[in-house]
Design a protein around this ligand. Structure first.
Ligand code: M6R
Length: 609
C-alpha cells in the first residue's frame, strides 16, 4: 500500500513533497520518509509513525535540493520501524515503492551473495539494490531500471534517484496507481491526483508497464522495455477539496455530521419527479441496454461490501433482478461466472482499492459490462469502468467510512429506481413515492444526529465491554455488519454482526451479562421476528440496546437501553440506523481515548491485496 511522491523542478523539493504526502496519508501512516538530491548529495530523513513525526524531524534536520522523493507507509513486509521506512537506499540508488514485490526473497538472497547489505525487513529495499547491481553493467540509470524491472514480480509504483545521475528522476508503474503532474519544466509524481493538484492541473495518468524519465526540465515516456511512447496530459477541471475540520474535534465527527448535505449532493440534479424516475448521468445505458443484463454482480470490500449487500436487498426486492454480492478479494481468484450478460458494479469510496480494481479487471476480461459506484472522481475504478455513478460525498478523511457509506446506499437506491423503471417493476406511482421519500431523508438524518447525547450515555454504560453483537434482519442485516465493523475499527472492541435469526445457531452461546447486544428493529415486516430474537437475548441475561423506530414502545420493553430512530420507510431506514451506529462507535472510541481518524493498523485506501 503506501503513497509516493516525487518532484523535480526549481523549487525546494521538501515542502512540495511533504504537502503531497499529507494528502496521501490516507494510504498509510505507519512511517514516512523523504530523500532529496542536491548536486549529487543524497540525504534521507525517515521516522516511524504519522507524518507529523517526519515534520518534526525535518525541522531539526532540514533537507535541501530541488529533486526529491517521499513516502508514507502502510506496513506489509516488516514492522513499522524507522529501518523499514522508505526511502530505501541500496548502493547509489534510492527508491520509494508502493506495492508488493512477491519474489523479493529470491532476489534478496541472490543480491546478498553478491555483497549487497540489506538493512530492512521490507520487500521494497530489494529494488534499490537490484537497480544498483544493474548499474554495474548498464549504460545509464534508465537502462539499469529497465533491466531491474524485468526481474520484479508483483506490483509497484516507484520513484527512483541515483547518486550517480544527479539530474535524473525516474518513475515507473505496474499494478499500483501513479499520476504525473506537469507545470512547465517542473514535474510532480504521485499515487493520486489530489496529492499534487494544488501545484498543477495538467496530469498524465500512467498505465501499467510504463515509465517516465525526468531530466533537465524534460520528460521522456517509455514502456518499461524501453520503447518510447507519447503520452498526453489532461486538464483536470475539478477542484481539490480541502481537508479542514471546520471546528470539529476530528474528521470522523465532521463527516458524520456532513451526511445530510452529502445525501443532498448525491441526489442533486438526478431526480425526475414527473417521470417517477432518476437520471444517472454517468450510467451510459439506455432502457433496452439495461434490460439486456441477466444478472447484476456487486463487488466491493469492507464497508462498501456492506453497501453492496444492502443493494442486493433493494434491487432484488424492487426490480426482481438476480443480484450476486461478492467480496472483491475472493471474486478475483475464483474464475467467477460472469459474461457480457452480467452488469458488474464495483463499489468503492476511494476508487483505488486494489482488490476491487483487480475484480473489475477480472470481470472485464470476461466481457462483463462495468458500471462503478464511486466517490473519488477520476480515480482508477471509474476510469476503468464503462459507466460510473458518483456518490459526491466529498472528501472523506476519517479512515472509518461514514458519509461515503450512506451516500453509497442512496446511490444504490437511485440505481434501483432506474432499473425498476427501465424494466417496469417500478411503476410511475411507486417511482414518485420512492423519490418523495428521498426528499425527507436529509432532515431525518439531522434528527437522528440529535440522538448523540443519548448514544454517548449508552456508550458510557457499556464502555468496559470487550465484545458486542449486532443483530438485524432483512435489509438491516448488512447494517448490523456495518455497525460491528465501525465499532471494531475505531474502538478496538471486538464486535460481530449476524442475521438476527442466525443467532440461535451459535452466537447465542456468547450471551451473558457482559455482552451488549445491539438489536436493529426498524418498524418493517421483520419487526415481530426481531422482537422474538430480542427476547431470546433477554432470557439469557444479555444487555439489550434496542435500536427501533420512533413511536415503537413495544420493542423497548425489556431492553436496557432504547434508541428511537425516525422512520424513513423500509428501503431508506438503513441510512438512519447507520448514522446512529456510527455515533455509537464514535462515542465508544472517544471515551476510550482512541484516535478515530487514524486507527491503528488501518489505512483509508487499501492499495495492496
Ligand atoms: O475505498 P473503498 O470503499 O474501496 O474501501 C473499502 C474498504 O477498505 C473500506 O470500506 C474499509 O472497510 C473502511 N475502513 C471501513 O470503514
Amino acid at each position: 500500500m503506501c503513497g509516493i511522491v516525487g518532484y523535480m523542478g526549481n523549487q525546494d523539493a521538501t515542502p512540495v513533497i511533504m504537502s503531497g504526502l499529507k494528502m496521501l496519508e490516507y494510504r498509510g501512516y505507519d512511517s514516512a520518509g523523504i530523500c532529496t538530491m542536491d548536486s549529487g548529495d543524497i540525504e534521507i530523513r525517515r521516522s516511524s509513525g504519522k507524518l507529523i513525526n517526519l515534520e518534526r524531524l525535518l525541522k531539526e534536520q532540514p533537507l535541501h535540493g530541488t529533486i526529491g522523493i517521499g513516502h508514507t507507509r502502510w506496513a506489509t513486509h516488516g514492522k513499522p520501524t524507522v529501518a523499514n521506512a522508505h526511502p530505501h537506499k541500496g548502493g547509489a540508488v534510492v527508491v520509494v515503492h508502493n506495492g508488493i514485490i512477491e519474489n523479493y526473497q529470491i532476489l534478496r538472497d541472490e543480491l546478498s551473495k553478491k555483497g549487497h547489505l540489506f538493512l530492512s525487513e521490507t520487500d521494497s529495499e530489494v529494488i534499490s539494490h537490484l537497480i544498483d547491481e544493474k548499474l554495474k553493467t548498464a549504460a545509464s540509470l534508465e537502462e539499469a531500471v529497465q533491466l531491474a524491472l524485468k526481474d520484479l514480480q508483483g506490483a509497484y509504483a516507484l520513484c527512483i534517484l541515483s547518486q550517480k545521475d544527479e539530474k535524473t528522476l525516474i518513475a515507473a508503474k505496474s499494478g499500483s496507481p501513479m499520476v504525473i503532474g506537469i507545470r512547465g519544466n517542473e514535474f510532480f509524481v504521485a499515487s493520486d491526483m489530489p496529492a499534487i493538484i494544488s501545484n498543477t492541473r495538467e496530469m498524465v495518468v500512467m498505465e501499467d508497464g510504463e515509465m517516465a524519465v525526468f531530466r533537465n526540465g524534460e520528460v521522456k515516456f517509455s514502456t518499461i522495455d524501453g520503447l518510447e511512447i507519447t503520452k498526453t496530459s489532461h486538464y483536470i477541471d475539478w477542484s481539490p477539496l480541502k481537508a479542514e475540520k471546520n471546528g470539529y474535534p476530528n474528521f470522523m465527527l465532521k463527516e458524520i455530521y456532513e451526511q445530510p448535505q452529502a445525501i443532498r449532493n448525491v441526489v442533486a440534479g438526478r431526480l425526475r419527479m414527473d417521470e417517477g424516475d432518476v437520471f444517472l448521468e454517468g450510467l451510459n445505458l439506455n432502457d433496452s441496454e439495461l434490460n439486456s443484463f441477466e444478472r447484476l454482480c456487486l463487488v466491493a470490500c469492507g464497508t462498501s461490501w456492506h453497501a453492496a449487500l444492502t443493494g442486493k436487498y433493494l434491487i432484488e426486492e424492487y426490480c426482481r433482478i438476480p443480484v450476486d454480492v461478492e467480496i472483491a478479494s475472493e471474486f478475483r481468484y475464483r474464475d467467477p461466472l460472469v459474461s457480457k450478460k452480467t452488469l458488474v458494479i464495483p463499489i468503492s469510496q476511494s476508487g483505488e482499492t486494489a482488490d476491487t480494481l483487480a475484480a473489475l479487471r477480472e470481470a472485464r476480461s470476461k466481457d462483463a459490462h462495468i458500471v462503478s459506484i464511486c466517490n473519488v472522481v477520476d480515480s482508477s475504478i471509474p476510469r476503468e469502468s464503462d459507466g460510473v455513478i458518483y456518490t459526491h460525498a466529498g472528501l472523506e478523511i476519517g479512515v472509518a467510512s461514514t458519509k461515503a457509506f450512506t451516500t453509497q446506499l442512496v446511490a444504490l437506491y437511485l440505481l434501483t429506481i432506474r432499473l425498476g423503471r427501465a424494466n417496469g417493476t417500478i411503476d410511475l406511482i411507486k417511482g414518485r413515492e420512492m423519490i418523495a421519500a428521498l426528499g425527507e431523508l436529509p432532515s431525518l438524518v439531522e434528527k437522528t444526529l440529535e440522538l448523540d447525547p443519548q448514544i454517548e450515555e449508552i456508550a458510557c454504560e457499556c464502555l468496559t465491554s470487550w465484545d458486542a453483537i449486532y443483530l438485524g434482519r432483512g435489509i438491516s442485516y448488512p447494517i448490523a455488519l456495518e455497525g460491528a465493523l465501525k465499532l471494531k475499527e475505531i474502538s478496538y472492541i471486538h464486535a460481530d454482526g449476524y442475521p438476527a435469526g442466525e443467532m440461535k445457531h451459535g452466537p447465542i452461546a456468547l450471551i451473558d451479562r457482559e455482552m451488549p447486544v445491539f438489536i436493529l428493529a426498524p418498524n418493517d415486516r421483520h419487526l415481530v421476528k426481531v422482537r422474538s430474537n430480542m427476547e431470546e437475548v433477554i432470557t439469557r441475561g444479555g444487555r439489550v440496546i434496542a435500536v427501533c423506530s420512533e413511536g415503537d414502545h413495544e420493542t423497548s420493553k425489556g431492553a436496557e437501553f432504547t434508541l428511537h430512530i425516525p422512520w424513513a420507510g423500509e428501503a431508506l431506514s438503513p441510512v438512519l440506523f447507520t448514522v446512529a451506529l456510527q455515533l455509537m462507535a464514535y462515542n465508544f472510541a472517544i471515551l476510550k481515548g482512541k484516535d478515530v481518524d487514524q486507527p491503528r493498523n488501518l489505512a483509508k485506501s487499501v492499495t495492496v491485496e
